[in-house]
Design a protein around this ligand. Sequence first.
Ligand SMILES: C=CC1=C(C)c2cc3[nH]c(cc4nc(cc5[nH]c(cc1n2)c(C)c5CCC(=O)O)C(CCC(=O)O)=C4C)c(C)c3C=C
Ligand code: FE2
Length: 439
Amino acid sequence: MSDDTTRHHDHQAPRPDCPSCPDRRDRRAGISRRRMLSSAGTAGVAGLVSGAVAGGTAGYAVADRAVPVTAVGATAVPFHGTHQAGITAPPQAQAIGHLAAFDLARGTGRTEAAALMRRWSAAAKAMTQGHAPACDDQIALDAGPCSLTATFGFGRTFFTRTGLTHRTPAALVPVPRFPSDAIDPKRSDGDLWIQIGADDPLVAFHALHVLQKEAAGAAEVRWQMSGFNRARGATSHPKTVRNLMGQIDGTGNPKPTDEDFAAKIFVPDSGHTDQAWMNGGSYAVVRRIRMLLGHWADLTRTEQEEVIGRRKGTGAPLSALKGAAETTPMDLNKFTRNGSLAIPADAHIRVAAPESNDGAAMLRRGFSYHDGYRTDGTPDAGLLFITWQADPEAFIKVQTKLDGADHLTRFIRHESTAVFAVPGGAAPGEYVGQRLLEG
Ligand SMILES: C=CC1=C(C)c2cc3[nH]c(cc4nc(cc5[nH]c(cc1n2)c(C)c5CCC(=O)O)C(CCC(=O)O)=C4C)c(C)c3C=C
Ligand SMILES: [Fe+2]
């Protein structure tokens, strides 16, 4: 991959037929976004936010009382690495998420798919490091990188459409339909997938918009979903996020500090050269899960806690003594004084726990969503549930058990489903998926 992150359509100058190419003067401004951030240090124009943020009166941008972008804006996540970015950072590190699945256009084969991945990688690398890509529309001109990540994956159909059926990873099996699923096929699956995360809504939209434009002629959007988490700084210190049911969600996740974390989440080197492109990769299972918030609100707080198996306020397991913390280990064998299980038999955490599923584990890293109101007046809201695992079988095993035994099932609807092979990270000079498409 070229280090010239301003390249676009493989041309250096603005292309007249590109509707988004800004004029030369604007382009200069766009290209220099990062230079201004870094060379201006704490005083460059592009690295500034309004003094209003730091105590101005009306909340409008006031140029003469500018202060540097905060750590939130200035944080950049490396694009290159063993793993793609956007998998292990905790959800509270990114307030905004966009998920988009694409289908390859008719006539797009392996060569064109490779060119697309090259363009996407170049644009993602530029934007995640705070550079403007060429043909930039400058939506994010004033912002720093804001922890932007773009993560790319391939669906099963990608391999057939590019003549690579024989390279389809054995683990990339279709996720079966479960009895309580209410799946919309139009919002499911896809040849290609992008997950975008960032701390700033404009930066996140900009990245999505640029990548979608880069796909023109090669791939079309099949479905797109947007979600959110907490804004950084919203709580006194970084905390596990709450979901739209009000629960602390993410406590039981494998931790990067766990000895077996990598083995659970990332694909090991199989020793097979034709699968080497998945070394350090992962599998993403994506489910849009609507929450039946009206029914949920009909429960008392105690009933809600019994559905999950944890206290709502602290996130502590019901097996722990009052005053325990979120981090207190759960005890699935604990009984109450009246002889019932402290964590009920159908509590979500009991049924989902690795201990109940032969050790099957996954990293849950989702985004809440709210897409307005349904005709019955209930919010169309819930969780863009994303799990990362070394083998999607872990998700399938746990969901097979949950769908039937989990009390929470009565308060949620799985409305879309997809699974993607997410290649290992690109090395410097490479694009994501190069070892598959050119290997
Ligand atoms: C197939 C896997 C899972 C689905 C689907 C799922 C949906 C779902 N979960 C919540 C809320 C919570 N889940 C929690 C824990 C938890 N959930 C899963 C798996 C699925 N959840 C696992 C493996 C675990 C960890 C269990 C453990 O070992 O402790 C919790 C408790 C806090 C936490 O650990 O994160 C909450 C809350 C919702 C709302 C939801 C669908 C919308
Ligand atoms: Fe869960």
